[in-house]
Structures are given as structure tokens and as C-alpha cells.
Design a protein around this ligand. Structure first.
Ligand code: SAM
Length: 280
């Protein structure tokens, strides 16, 4: 095996992805995690945290567009948005496409992820230069418990539910997030693969149901996330996330109003999800 083959070690996946022929461009260990940047012939540059692929230049838009636009287009006029995690800048770039957004606060616990991402990912870093953007290096949980303002949308773009990210999937956190939202605010979190982690997706869904009047789930295939059928779980205080209220003209590569509607899980699957009877 070539000395540059990168083997992903996702503690939650029953498979191991190997990315042959990658070149190591950067490696360091921050206070929170090991950070690698690798270059792959097909995927381009890759951000890897503790041996788990977070994004690749080639397919990051599948994730960032689908994490951000459904809730921001469900809201009639989102002005203040909080992103938790997201230190690579991709979610902030997508949020700032919404011209009516007046402020985006990025609460990222690890400032080294921001520094390294700004250096190695020119296609993701535009948001950091935007005057509407504010980066705070803090635990997103603490920020939500004492929010400096109410938000129209809270977007959790975190690592897998281990370490500092673990409690970003807890019921108490969802309740605090609901408090930190405006009266018609929306919450969304990446919530792992429905193929490999159905039980966990059920737990997240039911915790959101306990914290919000409306809880729902949509999914997007993402080639570089083990399990592929990647879910995004929504909590909403008033609005139905299945019906976009706005269709702003944006230069998105995947997201559209039709993709928005079709991404939500079929009612038959939602029923199994809520009941915890998904059996694959
Ligand atoms: N797209 C990736 C995914 O879905 O797996 C996430 C990418 S982003 C780099 C994940 C970020 O969440 C990391 O930079 C990590 O430092 C941050 N993070 C983890 N726990 C956090 C917490 N409690 N508060 C704020 N940021 C956190």
C-alpha cells in the first residue's frame, strides 16, 4: 500500500474508507483534536479531524448547502444566525448568500480549525471576510446557554457526537437552543447517517420533539461521509420546514426549492424513525 494511502477511522462506522495516493499537507494537534489537511487526486484538499473526514473540496457543497438553506428558506426573513462548529467556514459562506441576513455568529471551540481552514481552503473562507460575520472561540453549548441575542436560526455544524460535540446532541441543549431562538426561529443539526446510525437519528429526533413544537428530518447522499445517507434534523417553533417560504436566487450547485421539498424523509420512514423501529 502506498505510504500516502489515508485510512479513515470513523469510530461509528462499520466500514473503513481508504483514500489512496493522498499527500499530507499539514498535521497538528490542537487543544481539542488532531487536524490534518491532505490532498487527494479526485477530492482535492480534505479536512480531517481525529482521522475522520470533515470535508473535501470536491463535495463539501452537498453538505453545506443542505445544512444551511432549508431552514433559512423556511424562515420568512432570517436576520441573525448562529452557527455552532463550522470552523471550516463552509456553513458561514452559505448563510451569507442570504442578503437579508444581518449577522452570522460562528461559535467554534477550536481556533486552530479556523486558522488552518482559512489557510488551506480558499473556496470556503469568503465568509470570514464578510462584515456581517463574527467568530467567537467558545463552546457552542455555553454560547447557547447565555446568548447575546435571540437568533432566527441556529445551525449545528459539529463533529460526530464525541468529545466536545457530544452534548450538542443532548436534550437539554435543544431546550436551551429553543430558548435562544426568536418566536418563529428554526434549529437544524447534522445528525449522522440514517444507514448506519438510525438509532441515534431516532434519539435526536425525539429529543428535538421534546424541545420544539415541530421536529422533522431530511437527508442528502454525501459520498465522503461513511453511511452516505446523511441526515439533518430540524426543530421549529412555528414554521413547517417542508415548505420553503422564500426562494431567493442564489448560485447554489445542488440546493433548490425542489431539492428542499424532496430531501425530507417520506412519512412512512418518519413514522418508523419516531417509533424507533427502523430495522436496517
Ligand atoms: N462537516 C463536518 C461534519 O458534518 O462532520 C463538521 C465540520 S466542522 C470542522 C466541525 C467543528 O465542530 C470542528 O471544528 C469542531 O472543533 C467543532 N466543535 C465540536 N464541538 C464543539 C462545541 N461544543 N462547540 C463549538 N464547536 C465545536
Amino acid at each position: 500500500m502506498s505510504r500516502y494511502d489515508f485510512k479513515e477511522h470513523d469510530p461509528f462506522a462499520p466500514i473503513v474508507y481508504t483514500y489512496p495516493n493522498t499527500a499530507l499537507l499539514h498535521r497538528e494537534t490542537s487543544k481539542y483534536q488532531e487536524i490534518q489537511i491532505r490532498q487527494h487526486p479526485h477530492f482535492g484538499r480534505m479536512l480531517i479531524l481525529d482521522d475522520v473526514v470533515q470535508l473535501t473540496e470536491r463535495d463539501e457543497f452537498f453538505y453545506h448547502e443542505m445544512l444551511v438553506h432549508p431552514v433559512l428558506n423556511t424562515h420568512p426573513d432570517p436576520k441573525h444566525v448562529l452557527i455552532i462548529g463550522g470552523g471550516d467556514g463552509g456553513s458561514m459562506r452559505e448563510t451569507l448568500r442570504h442578503k437579508g441576513v444581518e449577522s452570522v455568529t460562528l461559535a467554534e471551540i477550536d481556533e486552530r480549525v479556523v486558522a488552518v481552514s482559512r489557510e488551506y481552503f480558499p473556496t470556503l473562507r469568503s465568509g470570514f471576510e464578510d462584515p456581517r460575520a463574527e467568530v467567537v472561540f467558545t463552546d457552542g453549548i455555553k454560547h447557547v446557554q447565555n446568548p447575546p441575542r435571540k437568533y432566527d436560526a441556529i445551525i449545528v455544524d459539529s463533529t460526530d457526537p464525541v468529545g466536545p460535540a457530544e452534548n450538542l446532541f443532548a436534550g437539554d441543549f435543544y431546550k436551551a437552543a429553543a430558548e435562544a431562538l426568536t418566536e418563529n426561529g428554526l434549529f437544524v443539526t447534522q445528525s449522522e447517517s440514517l444507514m448506519f446510525h438510525a438509532e441515534f437519528v431516532t434519539e435526536v429526533h425525539n429529543r428535538l420533539k421534546a424541545a420544539f413544537p415541530i421536529a422533522d428530518c431530511y437527508a442528502q447522499s454525501i459520498a465522503t461521509y461513511a453511511g452516505n445517507w446523511w441526515t439533518f434534523s430540524v426543530g421549529s417553533k412555528q414554521l413547517n420546514p417542508r415548505t420553503p417560504q422564500r426562494r431567493p436566487r442564489m448560485a447554489t450547485r445542488l440546493y433548490s426549492a425542489e431539492v428542499h421539498r424532496k430531501a425530507f424523509l417520506a412519512k412512512s420512514i418518519m413514522k418508523k424513525l419516531a417509533a424507533g423501529t427502523i430495522d436496517w
